[in-house]
Design a protein around this ligand. Structure first.
Ligand code: 5AD
Ligand code: SF4
Length: 433
């Protein structure tokens, strides 16, 4: 009988890809089978995120529950970004944890599994030449890493401490992985990295010069690959070549994530983002001029230390000017080992909450207006998921989530869909061709 694995994945798409890799390794080398109920599992893994404080504090209460209700002989492993940053402290605080495996060390899962109380969190470990396995939770869409780590030093961000220096993965490995995914039926490839448009800055060995635009050109030659997406680009590296490739390459989906963080140049400087409000707006203008149908999503942090009311108004002003199609908004959360952790000009919790609410209501207002313009329009949808009440959902090229009545025969297929009703997170339509 096969051993059972339960894995919980928090955080970003990079973490999801790391989980896929660990599942593949454990299945192939150790005979595990992934299941949904941790109480039946022989191995419980939590793949953690440390970008904000809340999920970190939740980790220990969750570990307590796992420990209480698991099978007596089941092992517990803590993986991912919180593993990287807390390391051995996790075992000190929760002594029943069997091992700790950092975000940059996931390829070692089958080794560490057999070493009780081991801690493997070396952020200099080079996984860039390690081909990730082909196992994927969705057969329709293939997430592929193009770089690991992050070379930036944004003052609020813990990621460089958990994922280490940035190294690009050789393009031949990426292209081979994409070929294999397409051969297995994936029509969409989703490239991942902390700063995807900084691709090619540094490889671990000798490598010809290849930047992200060239990588996209090479990937789009793959026959059967119909859609290319990527996340996240950095606004600082959005040069004209990148924007032009984005706009003119028909395989690249016309949706892009541009993490603004703040609309105030002063706050952007304090965050060490490397661009000003004007640069960001200029890049949006160039994008929209080259590619009018583009949809733009963003991340915004409110109440960064020193953010005045005027600075906050600048963020709202950029929102009004750009009219983002999706916003992920966060209250600033001080993180250990970051520069901003030592900033003393913090913003009151009450003011922070108020700002978040104001920002989110402006976002809802804008989104309702944008969504209303979709009614009656037709989009080409790639169907990926069955949802309840006999609906199938997928995404338009510009990343609108759309559902239609239907069954699994639509999965992995493209259809033109006319929008018949509007919701906040999902639009409903009918297949027209
Ligand atoms: N506090 C709040 N939000 C943060 N993010 C990153 N670090 C912090 C922090 N310390 C947000 C940024 C980033 C997203 C993934 O998380 O907006 O783009
Ligand atoms: Fe992803 Fe950053 Fe969270 Fe790590 S800390 S899981 S890189 S969002």
């Amino acid at each position: 009988m096969s051993k059972k694995l339960f894995i919980e994945t928090l955080g970003c798409a990079m973490n999801s890809r790391d989980s896929e890799h660990m599942i593949a390794q454990l299945t192939e080398k150790e005979g595990y089978e992934a299941i949904d109920d941790f109480r039946e599992a022989d191995l419980i893994l939590i793949n953690t995120c440390s970008v904000r404080e809340k999920p970190v504090s939740k980790l220990f209460s969750e570990l307590g529950v796992f420990n209480k209700k698991k099978k007596p002989e089941a092992k517990i492993g803590v993986c991912g970004c919180t593993a990287s940053h807390l390391g051995a402290e996790i075992i000190k605080r929760a002594p029943y944890v069997n091992f700790v495996l950092g975000a940059r060390n996931v390829s070692k899962i089958t080794e560490i599994l057999h070493k009780d109380k081991a801690v493997e969190i070396d952020i200099n470990y080079d996984e860039s030449e390690f081909a990730f396995d082909d196992f994927r939770t969705s057969p329709y869409k293939a997430f592929i890493n193009i770089s690991i780590g992050c070379d930036k030093a944004c003052t609020y961000c813990i990621v460089p401490k958990t994922r280490g220096d940035e190294i690009s993965i050789p393009d031949a490995l990426i292209i081979n992985e994409a070929h294999r995914a397409v051969d297995k039926g994936a029509k969409e490839v989703f490239l991942l990295g902390q700063n995807v448009n900084n691709y090619g800055r540094r490889f671990s060995g000798e490598h010809e010069k290849v930047n992200v635009s060239e990588l996209l050109r090479r990937l789009s030659k793959i026959e059967g690959l119909e859609r290319l997406r990527f996340t996240s680009p950095h606004p600082f590296h959005m040069d004209d070549e990148f924007i032009e490739e984005f706009a003119t390459n028909p395989k690249i989906c016309k949706s892009i994530h541009m993490p603004l963080q703040s609309g105030s140049t002063k706050v952007l400087n304090d965050m060490k983002r490397g661009y000003s409000r004007e640069w960001f707006l200029n890049r949006v203008e160039k994008l929209r001029a080259e590619c009018p149908e583009v949809s733009i999503s963003t991340d915004i942090i409110v109440a960064f230390p020193g953010e005045s009311d005027e600075d906050f108004q600048d963020s709202l002003d950029v929102m009004r000017k750009v009219r983002f199609n999706q916003i992920f908004s966060f209250k600033y959360s001080a993180r250990p080992e970051t520069e901003a952790e030592h900033f003393t000009n913090t913003v009151d919790e009450e003011v922070a909450s108020e700002r978040l609410t104001t920002l989110q209501s402006l976002n809802t207002e804008i989104l309702d207006e944008i969504n209303a313009t979709s009614l009656g329009k037709t989009y080409r949808v790639y169907f990926e998921e069955l949802i309840k009440d006999y609906y199938v959902s997928g995404r338009s090229d510009n990343n609108i989530v759309i559902k239609v009545k239907g069954s699994d025969e639509l999965l992995g297929e493209f259809r033109n869909v006319k929008i018949t009703s509007i919701g906040r997170t999902i639009l409903t339509g009918e297949v027209v061709a």
